[in-house]
Design a protein around this ligand. Structure first.
Ligand SMILES: [Fe+2]
Length: 195
């Protein structure tokens, strides 16, 4: 079944420091990933698997790029879901950040440093093997994400997420992102991830 495009129009006019034109342009990009995901999945059902080949083959190329629109779709949904300031970090999140980074401020500084270094994504995750909070970089949408990590907070650091509002000032955008975190969503993800 085709993946449906979700609407995030409830964010319009509600974010602090991220304009509606910026958001609307971003929604358009997200929709493009959903469409491309559906296109690839439809083609994967029909293509002749017998012709697949390491050097080149339609099936192998579709499989190779599948993760790009797949993660491009779900990372954007997680990002928009964790926007719109609400609540505060739970005591559970504060404890995690303190145990893993020394303090909430140190966790935040690490998110910012990670984001300044990557034109892609920063994902705060709980590492399932250790229970620690870790900030992971994802290049493009699919490169560099390690196994055993459950995402709890997603920040888009592609230029298209902020260029209309902040030009090349990635750091100012990251500071703005922190002001808009929907902690009720993040706290719920943490609760599900910590067993
Ligand atoms: Fe994006």
């Amino acid at each position: 079944m085709a993946k449906e495009i979700r609407s995030f129009k409830h964010l319009l006019g509600k974010l602090d420091g991220i304009s509606d034109p910026q958001l609307e342009a971003h929604f358009g990009l997200y929709e493009g990933y959903v469409k491309k995901l559906n296109e690839i999945e439809e083609k994967l059902e029909k293509v002749d698997k017998g012709l697949t080949n390491y050097s080149f083959g339609e099936y192998s190329e579709l499989k190779r790029r599948h993760c790009v629109p797949y993660n491009g779709t779900y990372l954007h949904e997680m990002y928009f879901d964790n926007m719109l300031a609400s609540e505060s970090p739970s005591s559970e999140f504060e404890k995690l950040s303190k145990e893993s980074f020394g303090s909430m401020d140190a966790w935040k500084a690490d998110v910012k440093a990670t984001g300044l270094a990557v034109p892609g994504w920063v994902v705060s995750c709980i590492e399932t093997t250790t229970g620690k909070l870790r900030n992971v970089q994802i290049m493009e949408h699919h490169i560099g994400f390690p196994l055993n990590h459950t995402p709890v907070l997603v920040m888009d650091t592609w230029e298209h997420a902020f260029f209309l509002d902040y030009k090349a000032n990635r750091g100012a955008y990251i500071d703005t992102f922190f002001k808009n975190i929907n902690w009720s969503v993040v706290n719920a993800r943490v609760k599900l991830a910590v067993v």
